[in-house]
Write a protein that binds this ligand. Structure first.
Ligand SMILES: Nc1nc2c(ncn2[C@@H]2O[C@H](COP(=O)(O)OP(=O)(O)OP(=O)(O)O)[C@@H](O)[C@H]2O)c(=O)[nH]1
Ligand SMILES: [Mg+2]
Length: 360
């Protein structure tokens, strides 16, 4: 015969006691007080059991994330000299990590000659993010530019492969280090005319394996009218060529998502300006570029769309970029890899040309 355990002597629930700072919703029933109060009988539901504490999951997740931190990996790609390395530095120096060391303002950024990843641990509000920036050499200046996306595509696939190998290990790590590229910022030359064939080819190939975010580089070289027209033209061309940039329409989860993302898609590609120089403007030091018309302030949304890009990538869509990478791009790679090979046979993951630097 099974024993009926009265509520007051039940073992402690798995859900921890509700933290004092999490107020129950206004409609939440009051928990029964004292021995024998409520909780007995059938079909109780929450009305009889009182506050269960399901809403504390948010607090539990927050604590876990604070403890473990998370990885986020951004790659920059595009023609030579479009300001890729500068923009990455701007991202670090401006908002993300003004504290990072080893930056000498007088130093000129050298030409990037190899795929290079640099990691920083950034901590804000007790949450740690390991941000890795993958800087790539500019392309487009070779005699034959035909397959210039190959080394980049190879790098991206190698990171999927690394993850897959860890995942299928019998004794796999509790937390697999994530080096997969969550977001690839693609730099478009500010010609004011149209996309180059190479841009189209690159984005067509790469948008199938990674989240591409196109940006118009060095937008301080365009007048406001040219900027608006160029953005419209690029959007049209991307549509005509069937290039799906991030956030991809097909992955909008609901109407709210669609309406938010439509606004972003209509504002893309963001016209950005990068700089590693600070100027005094109205008594404040700001990152900017000096032009004959005055200082273009990088972080001023009236001057360029750098802050829109930063907010979009870091503040509103970071988790989604990670999820689309894992659930769509990686999943596609994984399924193909396991299907093609009838199992998992190693492919080379040697990255002779790549360097990994860490500021951890
Ligand atoms: N006008 C203008 N110049 C910029 C901007 N960003 C970078 N530059 C300048 O452009 C030059 C090239 O910048 P990099 O950041 O080295 O360009 P990159 O794309 O990394 O170049 P590679 O590594 O050779 O592919 C430098 O002189 C920068 O100061 C910008 O937004 N506007
Ligand atoms: Mg560079």
């Amino acid at each position: 015969m099974s024993e009926i355990v009265p509520p007051e002597v039940r073992p402690k629930p798995a859900v921890p006691a509700k933290p004092s700072h999490v107020a129950p919703p206004a409609s939440a029933p009051v928990a029964p007080q004292g021995p024998g109060a409520g909780g007995q009988g059938s079909g109780g539901g929450s009305a009889l059991l009182g506050y269960i504490g399901i809403d504390t999951i948010i607090e539990q997740m927050r604590k876990k994330t604070m403890k473990t931190g998370f990885d986020f990996n951004i790659m920059v790609v595009g023609h030579s000299g479009l300001g890729k390395s500068t923009l990455v530095n701007t991202l670090f120096k401006s908002q993300v990590s003004r504290r990072s060391s080893g930056w000498n303002r007088e130093e000129k950024i050298p030409k990037t000659v190899e795929i290079k990843s640099v990691s920083h641990v950034i901590e804000e509000g007790g949450v740690k993010m390991k941000l890795t920036v993958i800087d790539t050499p500019g392309f487009g200046d070779q005699i034959n530019n035909e397959n210039c996306w190959e080394p980049i595509s190879k790098y991206i696939n190698e990171q999927y492969e690394k993850f897959l190998k860890e995942e299928v290990n019998i004794a796999r790590k509790k937390r697999i280090p994530d080096t997969r590229v969550h977001c690839c910022i693609y730099f478009i030359s500010p010609t004011g005319h149209s996309l180059r064939q190479l841009d189209i080819e690159f984005m067509k190939h790469l948008s199938r394996v990674v989240n591409i975010i196109p940006v118009i580089a060095k937008s301080d070289t365009l007048t406001p009218d040219e900027k608006i027209e160029f953005k419209q033209r690029v959007r049209k061309e991307l549509e005509v060529c069937g290039i799906e940039f991030y956030p991809q329409k097909e992955f909008d989860e609901d109407m709210e998502d669609k309406s938010d993302n439509d606004k972003i898609r209509e504002a893309m590609p963001f016209a950005v300006v990068g700089s590693d120089k600070e100027y005094q403007v109205n008594g404040k030091r700001v990152l900017g570029r000096k032009t004959p018309w005055g200082v273009v302030e990088v972080e001023n949304p009236n001057h360029c769309e750098f802050s829109l890009l930063r907010d979009f990538v870091i503040r509103s869509h970071l988790q989604d970029l990670k999820e689309v990478t894992h659930n769509i791009h990686y999943e596609t790679y994984r399924a193909k890899r396991l299907n093609d090979n009838g199992g998992l046979h190693p492919i080379s993951t040697s990255t002779a040309n790549d360097t990994q630097e860490s500021n951890l």
